[in-house]
Every structure is written in C-alpha cells, then in structure tokens.
Design a protein around this ligand. Structure first.
Ligand code: PEP
Ligand code: MN
Length: 341
C-alpha cells in the first residue's frame, strides 16, 4: 500500500500517519518526493483495511499495490539506486558503464593471476571468477571451491582489483562475503529463498542473475527478499532465458533492460556470455545492451579459452576483449555517457 500525502503536509502530519501504520502492526517507509511525500507500507500479507488512514489529515490518496514486490519498485523508491562496489566503483543511475570481466571459473593461480594482470593493465576495475560453480552435470568441473576463493583473495590483494564471485549456499555467505567485494547469485539459485534471505543480512553488494525461466515479476520478487533483509545493494543481471531456440545457449532478453529501469530503481547489467554461449556473438550483444541502457556488462574472458575447464566456447580471448572494450568506448558519444574505463 502506498499513501500519498498532500504537498502541504508537514513532517508532523507524516509522522502521525506513520504512527497509525505502526499501530496496525505494519512498517511505514517514508518516500520523500520533490513535490510531496508518500508513505509505503510493508509487512502485510494480504489486503489492508485503509479506513483509519483515509480519514487522516493531509492524506490525499491510498494506492493498493498488488505486485508481489514493493521495496525494489519505483513506486516505493522513485530515484535510481547507485550501488557502490568496494567503496569506490559505482554502478547505476548516471554512473559510467561498469565492465566486469574474468573467467567462468578460477582454475589455477596462474590462470586467475594472468587474467587479473591483463584486466588491471587495460583498466577494468572488477574481476569475476567462480570458485563454487553450479554445473548441470556432476561430472563437470565443480570449481576449486574454498581453494579458489583463497586464490581470488590473494590475487585481489596482489593486483588491486575488486572481485565478484558466486555464492551457492546459505552456509557459505559469511565466508564468501569475507573474501569477495561483490557476491553473485547465479541463475540456478535465483529462487533459493534461504540464500536470498542470508545475503539480505550482509552489507556487501549482490549481483542477482535472472533465473533460467524466471519472469520479471519472479526476478524482482527475489530481489525483494534481499532488500527486505536490509541489504539495498542489489544489481540485477540479465543473462538470457530459456526458449524454444537452441541455436544460441539462451535467448538474450534485452527488452527487459528498459522495462526493468521503468519499474525498478535497481541497477541493471547484462551478461552476453551466458546469454549467447558463443564467443562471436558476445561483442555485438554487449554493444546492443549498452544501447538499451544497461548500467554495466559482465563478460567471460580467459587466457586460453580453448582449454578452459568451463564455458570456454563463450569466453573471449584477451585480444578480443581488448577490442570490444575499445568498441564500447566508441559508444560513449552516441550514448552521451562516459563508458569506463
Ligand atoms: C556464471 O556466471 O558463470 C554462471 C554460472 O552464470 P549463470 O548463473 O547465469 O548460469
Ligand atoms: Mn560461466
């Protein structure tokens, strides 16, 4: 429920309404606007009888929000959320396009160090790399797990980059949050509600990837779990969805970018690697996503993709990645926005 106050409402009027909401056993969230204040109500599990509120001073309108999410919606938070990674890199709003890159999985010290040094040299601020890997087949490489996490931490300190890595189970959240600057929740875990609740308790940014066949409503509802826990630093990542088409690994749903930006205040990034599954499709789709208005891109890059232990066919060679970065930069003028780095 959303209570819209008259533009002449004083702080005292707003406080009175908030008190009345609290006395109904619900939680009020003030949403100050340029013209007027609105008060969001959370904590209800069904229809709220708004009669006591309707008669209150300076209440002009009461809107019953029927969506399963509130905190992530623009109705509750009209301005863009800008998420700060590692204290200095910003994503969202009018911040420059963020580029995150790295291998699908951490495979060895040499592999991750080589990638980190390459990215550092060309000015990419955030390194990705999976330690805990959600693999479809149990026979596939499962990731280096704790050892991979330690390697990532080592490389982060040695090279001076921020790192993103996936967390798959609620028990690992504390450990991963200690070693990484940003936590990733993968497509397969988008609806792991215990995991969402757990990352809601930490104070580190979370990249929430879209589930393989998740609707926008389901995706935003998952983000709502994290915000409800008190962690507001959530970045949505489109990574392609499953359709009848098998020519690409997934179907890149770029229409959700402007759609999400209209209905939610959270930053939106795009992962062209998993969305396509093919190296040659990655650069054009990364470019296309920038035109749709993404706040960032996350791209798989590997020093030797032909011998990668996971997702080699969609991983760019260093040379290809370097070229793509230059092309993304060339979009700067067109988008009238600074593309970093
Ligand atoms: C990944 O980022 O390597 C990954 C496993 O992605 P997704 O969860 O989108 O499949
Ligand atoms: Mn991958």
């Amino acid at each position: 429920m959303l209570i819209v106050m008259h533009h002449s409402a004083t702080d005292k009027d707003v406080e009175k309404v908030k008190k009345a909401i609290a006395s109904m056993g619900l939680k009020p969230v003030a949403i100050p606007g340029a013209e007027r204040t609105a008060i969001g109500v959370i904590g209800n599990q069904g229809w709220i009888d708004d009669a006591p509120l309707r008669v209150m001073k300076k209440v002009v309108e009461i809107i019953h929000v029927t969506k399963p999410y509130k905190l992530v919606s623009r109705d509750f938070h009209p301005s863009d959320t800008v998420v700060t990674l590692g204290g200095n890199i910003k994503v969202g709003g009018k911040s420059p396009l963020l580029i995150i890159a790295g291998p699908c999985a951490i495979e060895s010290r040499e592999q991750i160090l080589k990638t980190a040094r390459f990215l550092k040299k060309i000015g990419v601020p955030v390194l990705r790399g999976g330690a805990y890997k959600p693999r479809t087949s149990p026979h596939s490489f499962q990731g280096m797990r704790k050892q991979g996490l330690d390697l990532l931490d080592e490389v982060r300190n040695e090279v001076g980059l921020l790192v993103v890595t996936e967390v798959m189970s609620p028990e690992h959240v504390g450990l991963v949050a200690e070693k990484a600057d940003v936590l990733q929740i993968g497509a397969r875990n988008m609806q792991n509600y215990d995991l969402l609740r757990e990352v809601g308790q930490i104070r580190k940014p979370v990249i929430l990837k879209r589930g393989l066949s998740a609707t926008v409503e389901e995706w935003l509802s998952s983000a709502e779990y994290i915000l409800l826990g008190g962690n507001t630093e959530v970045v949505l990542c489109e990574r392609g969805i499953r359709t009848f088409e098998t020519a690409t690994r997934n179907t890149a749903d770029l229409a959700v970018v402007p759609l999400l930006k209209a209905v939610s205040h959270l930053p939106v990034i795009f992962d062209p690697s998993h969305a396509t599954g093919q190296r040659r499709l990655v650069p054009p789709m990364a470019m296309a996503s920038v035109v749709t208005g993404v706040h960032g891109v996350m791209i798989e890059v590997h020093p030797d993709p032909e011998h990668a232990l996971s997702d080699g066919p969609q991983s760019l060679h260093f040379k290809e990645f370097k070229k793509l970065r230059i092309q993304l930069r060339e979009l700067e003028g067109f988008m009238k926005r600074r593309v970093l780095p």
